[in-house]
Ligand binder design. Structure first.
Ligand SMILES: Cc1cc2nc3c(=O)[nH]c(=O)nc-3n(C[C@H](O)[C@H](O)[C@H](O)COP(=O)(O)OP(=O)(O)OC[C@H]3O[C@@H](n4cnc5c(N)ncnc54)[C@H](O)[C@@H]3O)c2cc1C
Length: 392
């Protein structure tokens, strides 16, 4: 166990791994970086999610944020191709006529950001995806999206970090139990193996970020778990080869929650189809959303409804056996934006958490923004909407 570090990153999910990777690029190679996770790397949400890398064009800020991250994903893949990264593009599917009306709106949003997406009729749709239902009225193809396997991507980020800086230490199986403070300044991290002296700590613990804040004597951060049920088919049976999602997914996933996120009962939950081809030829199917605290038991009825909806679009899925089902917890931030930056009441404490359903997409740019702020550099994009201090 190292006894001191320049920076301790708490949380070895995709966000913590991206923070370490970006810090290794921007800090001198003599800097000692320590990543601690109480479990395995990518053992929590980042190992129980989907891997859609998604450019969202809703606002210029959202577009800049997501598109910048997709560029960093491509750079990572060029530097280390040893993780599943498939630039499949994304097909947005419409079923009901009111959803079909959303397609040109979405196309216009991409165009307003200087990007291009193509509206397709039913015939063109099936030229790209022959496995889709014959009566679908149309869709929209956006070529910029992709799919990754997040667990392998965490490994690639950490490998790269250790190539750049021999002083990067990764320690799974080491819980952070508390912090040492001198007045309002952080001086160390308490673990079962002793105290690690450090003047800079990053809280990248996803749905547990509120607890870490409390360990520093701070109020809970406004991040709440939002459960998602997932299912995966056997290998080599996927009827699709592109990242697919219902266009209504945008309303459902990126809109504000209609229920109280702080409540652990009473949310009936909902679903919108998201289907991802996997490198092994399987199909990952999601995704549901429900607030019910840290409960990770399956909601079979919600999952059943989302699978039937997936079959509506890709009828071949009815014949594909489901080999595994599970639940992941999205870290939902109360204003829908992640928290990336310093937590001013505690000097030396930084946060990178609260990415809800876009944490895989946004991990590289989140790591970059945090590393740029820590090293006093100008930020790649405007970081102010994501500063945690907005909640003070
Ligand atoms: C069903 C589902 C589908 C999704 N699909 C997508 C998608 O297609 N595209 C996309 O971009 N995003 C998607 N997401 C969102 C994405 O998975 C999350 O936003 C992201 O994984 C959050 O990563 P994280 O690193 O913040 O948290 P985590 O991966 O949960 O990592 C936090 C880590 O902190 C550790 N930790 C906690 N407390 C302590 C402690 N005291 N000491 C030490 N370690 C501690 C935990 O062990 C954990 O490993 C999906 C999520 C779900 C649930």
């Amino acid at each position: 166990m190292v006894r001191s570090a320049d920076v301790v990153v708490v949380g070895g999910g995709i966000v913590g791994c991206a923070v370490v990777h970006q810090l290794a690029q921007l800090l001198p190679p003599s800097s000692r970086l320590l990543l601690l996770d109480r479990g395995p790397i990518a053992g929590a949400t980042s190992g129980s999610c989907m891997g859609h890398l998604m450019v969202t064009p809703d606002t210029p800020e959202d577009y800049a944020f997501t598109a910048a991250s997709l560029r960093l994903w491509r750079e990572l893949h060029e530097a280390d191709p040893g993780f599943d990264y498939n630039p499949t593009g994304a097909l947005y599917l419409a079923d009901a006529p009111e959803d079909a009306e959303l397609l040109p709106v979405l196309q216009q949003q991409f165009a307003a950001n200087g990007d291009a997406a193509q509206v397709l009729d039913g015939v063109q749709l099936r030229e790209i995806e022959p496995g889709l239902a014959k009566d679908l009225p149309g869709g929209l193809f956006y070529p910029g999206d992709g799919v990754v396997l997040p667990m392998l991507a965490c490994g690639a980020m950490l490998r790269q970090a250790q190539r750049l800086n021999a002083n990067v230490t990764v320690q799974p199986g080491c819980p952070v139990l508390g912090f040492e403070l001198a007045g309002d300044r952080i001086t160390g991290v308490r673990t079962p193996e002793g105290v690690v002296a450090a003047g800079l700590v990053v809280n990248a613990t996803g749905v547990w970020a509120p607890e870490i804040a409390q360990m520093c004597g701070q109020p809970r951060l406004p991040i709440y778990p939002r459960a998602g049920n997932l299912a995966i088919t056997g290998h080599h049976v996927s009827p699709i080869r592109t990242q697919l999602l219902e266009v209504s997914y945008l309303r459902f996933a990126h809109g504000a929650a209609q229920v109280d996120p702080t409540a652990t009962t009473g949310d009936p939950g909902g679903h919108a189809v998201n289907m991802q081809p996997q490198t092994h030829g399987g199909c990952l199917i999601g995704s549901t959303r429900q607030f019910r605290g840290m409960d990770r038991t399956l909601n079979p009825e919600l999952l059943r409804r989302s699978l039937l909806r997936a079959q509506r679009y890709a009828p071949g899925l009815a014949q594909a056996s489901i080999v595994r089902t599970w639940v992941g917890l999205r870290p939902y931030s109360i204003d829908k934006h992640p928290l990336i930056g310093p937590w001013p009441p505690v000097r030396g404490l930084w946060v990178a958490a609260g990415h809800e359903g876009l944490g895989i997409t946004l991990a590289p740019i989140s790591g970059r923004l945090l590393a740029e702020q820590i090293t006093g550099r100008p930020t790649t994009i405007d970081a102010s909407p994501y500063l945690p201090a907005r909640f003070l």
